[in-house]
Design a binder for this molecule. Sequence first.
Ligand code: FES
Length: 122
Amino acid sequence: MSDQEPAQPWHDALPLADLPDDGGGTTVTLGGEPVALFLHEGRVVAVEDTCPHAGASLGCGVLTRGEVTCPWHGWHFDARTGASTDGLDDCLRVHAARVSAEGRIEVRLAPARAAQPETGER
Ligand code: FES
């Protein structure tokens, strides 16, 4: 983010107690976009919900050993960086997440990614 860009607001998502604690995720819509939320090693993880492969909801996937696994075809993404751990160029936007004093998850959306030109079949 450059110094000229305004800070993104924190969006109220849901109570921390409503997040599965078994590695499963959930999807919420914040600021008009779907966000997948997970609880991993005591920390809330928020990533874009739409898998870059074929559009599955990653909130229906799981987060284990630091990786988000897509429920449709099993692509893996690093939960901290969003990078593919399968060696692919596709990655996820990772959003900032925190828990308020009232126990609610709040998310600050990462800047939107610039459109990428189509490079061919996958
Ligand atoms: S839709 Fe996610 S791996 Fe295919």
